[in-house]
Design a protein around this ligand. Structure first.
Ligand SMILES: [Zn+2]
Length: 379
């Protein structure tokens, strides 16, 4: 990386340099050009990430993910994100370094340093929405649609819910096959032969009360994705035909205060609150959405006939629910604090912490803009 950055002579000569280096590096000229660009961007915009790579803590793939997330920022804002990220990573859990977790963490920092630019960035990215048909091998082709994240999430949730319902009614096709077939049926105007209630395909948008009241533009999140611009979240909240569900959150604690619905049985309401609060499987490197997870009682509570309450339960995907009781695996989870410690059969222990829906702002604004180094890491 540092070699590539050091030989670069600027954008004008970059293509020629890439052509010259390509045979030596045994890569395509285009790949060499990309790597030079990455190296130059890291040195100019993200020296902390470059230092982490030098220390062997991050690989090229992780660094590219960070660069993609910070790409729309000015150099100054990018360097601010880099400094905040270095602070955050100084004592972060190992799972924070995994590319998906890292990208989410960086997305929150981007919103923090440039909250005003969020809506503009989203608008600019949305202008590039498109449908693409790519022909592949073995008589298979791929159809991709670029959409706003909340639209894509709602589409996927509905297709997924339909596929799952078909699967329960004796289908032999796999879920992947069913989702593909249901999508094709819907696009071609054919009846997929199944309907799902709205609740089965719900996607949540978390909105701090002050953002809902347009007093702030920070802290709006789409489940399974991350921060979204406040104007988009408010539009979803006020649109009576939206298939997305808005969850209002307390800006002081970051906890959900209102699910926007009153007529729910307590147990169903509780399960829903746990899913809304934890959002994903509690294993720090698993991002399975909570709506497809089991609501797991903590063993020690079950043994002591602990109450089935929000404070005693957490979502755990089927795979990790089974793994919890497998030989050599131990899992300790504190649902109230959102902390998890998992010991694998190799004896290594990994700790993680639920990312709060919002950054609580009950402390001073100074403390918010600069994270307390004594705070536990977010994952
Ligand atoms: Zn899991």
């Amino acid at each position: 990386m540092e070699f590539l950055a050091s030989v670069d002579t600027g954008p004008a000569g970059r293509r020629g340099l890439a052509e010259a280096l390509a045979p030596e590096l045994r890569l395509s000229a285009r790949e060499v050009e990309t790597r030079i660009q990455v190296a130059v961007d890291l040195r100019r915009r993200m020296p902390g990430v470059l230092a982490a790579m030098r220390a062997g803590l991050m690989d090229g793939y992780g660094a590219r993910r960070v660069l993609q997330v910070t790409a729309p920022l000015s150099d100054e804002h990018a360097r601010q994100v880099d400094a905040l990220l270095a602070d955050k990573l100084a004592d972060a859990a190992v799972s924070t370094w995994q590319p998906v977790n890292m990208a989410r963490c960086v997305a929150r920092l981007v919103e923090q340093v440039d909250p005003g630019g969020h809506a503009a960035r989203a608008r600019q990215a949305n202008a590039g929405r498109r449908v693409e048909l790519q022909h592949g091998e073995h008589a298979q082709s791929r159809l991709t649609v670029d959409l706003r994240s909340e639209v894509a999430s709602a589409c996927y949730a509905r297709v997924d819910a339909m596929a799952r319902r078909l699967r329960r009614h004796g289908e032999t096709r796999t879920l992947d096959q069913l989702r593909a077939d249901v999508t094709a049926d819907l696009l071609l105007g054919n009846d997929p032969g199944v309907t799902v209630p709205e609740a089965a395909a719900l996607v949540y948008v978390h909105l701090p009360v002050d953002a809902a009241l347009t007093m702030s533009d920070a802290g709006c999140e789409l489940d399974g994705y991350g921060p979204i611009p406040a104007p988009v979240a408010r539009e979803i909240m006020t649109n009576p035909h939206s298939t997305l569900r808005t969850v209002l959150c307390d800006p002081a604690t970051g906890d959900p205060v209102d699910l926007g619905r009153t007529r729910r049985r307590p147990s169903a309401a509780m399960r829903e609150l746990v899913r809304v609060r934890d959002r994903e499987c509690t294993v720090p490197w698993c991002h399975r959405p909570a709506r497809h997870c089991d609501i797991d009682h903590q063993a020690e509570w079950a043994a002591h006939h602990g109450p089935t309450s929000v404070a005693n339960t957490a979502p755990r995907c089927r795979r990790h629910h089974r793994l919890k009781n497998a030989p050599g695996w131990t899992a300790r989870h504190n649902p109230a604090r959102g902390t998890t410690a998992i010991t694998t059969p190799t004896g290594a222990t990994y700790t993680g912490r639920r990312t709060p829906i919002l950054t609580p702002n009950s402390t001073s604004t100074a403390a918010r803009s600069r994270p307390d180094p004594n705070e536990p890491p977010p994952f």
